[in-house]
Design a protein. Structure first.
Length: 180
């Protein structure tokens, strides 16, 4: 059997915790170093499916299933993959653990109060006013994952510090060769 250095980094955390921002900057950094990497975002997949997806548990799981499929295809081709997705429901997390190959789960930890202050889409404000009834963190609890491989606290670290910490973790993952 050969070993693979391609890996999947799955960034999960509450809305506005910095998942997409961190993933975008991290992927750019890797690409500048000549490392092949794809980035898939939960909102990107949701937008692809359009209005056929709501924010109910079944729709959220469909997004996660799609991300898992795309990530597995990428890593099978020897391409690293970074996923940024809320992944709040336990069924979605269980699906990721059961079906994602060569995964490294990174919890993007950030207090909901700080997420609400960042809130580039205004979702927390809309949820607090009753306009949005499906925002996890306001309309339902965002439960921290049980056993992430790495925790990155964007509430305490700047973007640059978070990128450095994620890169250090990435390099540690390189030493964890995975059998194909």
């Amino acid at each position: 059997m050969k070993t693979s250095t391609a890996k999947i980094i799955w960034l999960l955390g509450p809305t506005s915790s910095g998942k997409t921002t961190l993933a975008t900057h991290f992927v750019e950094k890797l690409r500048r170093r000549g490392i092949p990497v794809l980035h898939y975002d939960g909102d990107e997949v949701r937008n692809f499916f359009g209005s056929s997806l709501g924010f109910d548990a079944e729709s959220r799981l469909r997004v996660v299933r799609t991300l898992v499929h795309l990530a597995n295809k990428g890593v099978e081709a020897g391409i690293n993959v970074v996923i940024s997705a809320l992944t709040a429901n336990q069924d979605a997390r269980d699906f990721v653990h059961a079906h994602l190959k060569y995964k490294h789960i990174v919890y993007i930890k950030c207090p909901i109060e700080l997420c609400a202050k960042r809130d580039p889409k205004g979702l927390y404000k809309k949820a607090l006013c009753g306009e949005v009834k499906t925002l996890i963190g306001v309309n339902g609890e965002y439960r921290e994952p049980d056993s992430p491989d790495f925790i990155l606290n964007t509430g305490e670290n700047t973007l640059e510090e978070s990128l450095d910490l994620l890169e250090e973790y990435w390099q540690e993952c390189d030493s964890m060769n995975v059998e194909l």
